[in-house]
Write a protein that binds this ligand. Structure first.
Ligand SMILES: C[S@@+](CC[C@H](N)C(=O)[O-])C[C@H]1O[C@@H](n2cnc3c(N)ncnc32)[C@H](O)[C@@H]1O
Length: 192
């Protein structure tokens, strides 16, 4: 199997990579996790989806392409410049709400419906507010994180955070986990 032969790359992908380079945004998600998110989202027609850590919308572009016409998605980032760019790409899609807010504050204050899939791609929702974010996953819903195997841009000591988070997820009896040493290291959890 050639797993590099990824199909269905969003048309806007080239533009988002170009813009990321222009503004020096070095954290966009890779093709593998993008494809994975799109596939999982396609399993949830009329679904509700959440991303914490929009960036300028690379993973968001994949998530949107997995959604059907009835689905809704919220994506949150605390950087106004990044959110403005993401809004310029996706603001016209009325299924999508892009919010500029601290992710921890957003998780603590959100009172709406739970989600079929949460992609937690910022500190909040992964290394803080973990119980809060997991409370927002529906039974049968997915909680997805990446960057769980050592990356060149990890700050000193970040391995300890990753080990602690992984151990925490492993001991939660309400989660079914699969850890994948693929892409940047993914954990997929399903809420039981
Ligand atoms: C790994 S990048 C996200 C990449 C994005 N998912 C993509 O595919 O391009 C992490 C993002 O989290 C955002 N972020 C950092 N701290 C945050 C916070 N406290 N609340 C919300 N977003 C935060 C950063 O601005 C950054 O865009």
């Amino acid at each position: 199997m050639n797993d590099t032969n990824i199909q269905d790359i969003p048309k806007i992908h080239t533009e988002i990579i170009r813009k990321s380079e222009e503004i020096g945004f070095t954290m966009p998600s890779d093709l593998y996790v993008g494809s994975f998110l799109k596939t999982l989202i396609a399993s949830k027609p009329n679904g509700r989806f959440l991303e914490i850590g929009t960036g300028i919308g690379l993973s968001l572009s994949w998530m949107i392409e997995g959604m059907d016409a009835e689905s809704k998605l919220i994506s949150v980032d605390n950087d106004q410049e990044l959110i403005s760019i993401a809004t310029s790409y996706f603001g016209g899609d009325d299924r999508v709400e892009v919010i500029c807010k601290d992710g921890a504050d957003w998780i603590k204050n959100y009172t709406g419906l739970k989600f079929d899939l949460i992609f937690a791609d910022a500190w909040p929702g992964k290394y803080s507010e973990i119980d809060g974010v997991l409370d927002l996953v529906k039974v049968g819903g997915f909680y997805i994180i990446d960057d769980m195997t050592k990356q060149p841009n990890w700050p000193d000591g970040h391995e300890d955070n990753v080990v602690e988070l992984t151990a925490y997820l492993e001991q939660r009896e309400d989660l079914q986990l699969t850890k994948m040493n693929w892409s940047t290291g993914l954990i997929m959890a399903v809420k039981k």
